[in-house]
Design a protein around this ligand. Structure first.
Ligand code: SF4
Length: 241
């Protein structure tokens, strides 16, 4: 099975538990204003690989990531743009005894089969906003498919971490955060919410690609705003980190 990928890397922290082998697939239907990986946007810019090649690459680190309580995360771009490639990788990693995570915006959640989700130990679901107008302003797309996918994951009981990028003046409205916290608290399968503070580290990448970083003028959130947002999640009984 062939797929188009942008790169892979080892990471610790936000891509799932432990040390992770993270595969960045190429191609994404959204254009988030704060995207840190604009080099992954177009599938044709990726490198053609087979699942066998990726499994061989993962094999080099398998012992290390297993001992470190980690696993494999399929990220992007949007992995569900290549559902068969992503599904096969998840299946093979799962069969090899590796912890598997799928990092997705959920926009194309209908393309994830139940079998694929059964091979996914953890879904990292990026809910970029709850309010539809804000979601569209942030991503250029609709929020409803993501919310539908979140409900389906809840029905299937799949462990999920929700990720929310906090951008001052864009996603930080108290009503937006409150509505997201209420929605998440009603799901029952969400183990935690990662509140990811917006940063501008990708500015150089945009320049190299000849693109303009639309949020170049926006400051990262201060501690006061972060505290308020965490308190809003806590108020709904949601663990946020
Ligand atoms: S969904 Fe992810 S990869 Fe796609 S534009 Fe948004 S942040 Fe970038």
């Amino acid at each position: 099975m062939n797929g188009s990928v942008s790169s892979w890397d080892l990471s610790v922290g936000v891509d799932g538990p432990g040390t992770r082998f993270v595969l960045f697939t190429a191609g994404c239907p959204l254009r988030c204003r704060y995207c840190q990986n604009p080099e992954t946007w177009r599938m044709r810019d990726g490198r053609q690989v087979t699942t066998g090649q990726i499994m061989a690459e993962i094999g080099k680190y398998q012992r290390f990531i297993s001992v470190a309580g980690g696993g494999v995360t399929i990220s992007g771009g949007e992995p569900l743009l290549q559902p068969r490639f992503t599904g096969e990788l998840l299946r093979r990693c799962h069969a090899a005894g590796l912890h598997t995570a799928l990092d997705t915006s959920g926009l194309l959640g209908v393309r994830a089969t139940d079998a694929m989700l059964a091979d996914t130990d953890l879904v990292l679901l990026d809910i970029k906003s709850y309010e539809p107008a804000t979601y569209r302003r942030v991503t250029g797309g609709p929020v409803e498919p993501t919310l539908r996918f979140a409900r389906r994951l809840a029905d299937l009981g799949r462990p999920t971490w929700v990720r929310f990028v906090l951008v001052p003046g864009l996603t930080d409205a108290p009503e937006n955060v409150d509505a997201l916290a209420r929605f998440v608290s009603g799901l029952g399968n969400v183990e935690r919410v990662d509140v990811l503070p917006f940063h501008r580290m990708a500015t150089g990448k945009y320049e190299r690609l000849g693109l303009r970083f639309p949020l170049a003028h926006v400051e990262p959130p201060g501690q006061e705003l972060l505290d308020r947002v965490h308190a809003q999640f806590r108020a709904h009984g949601v663990a946020s980190v």
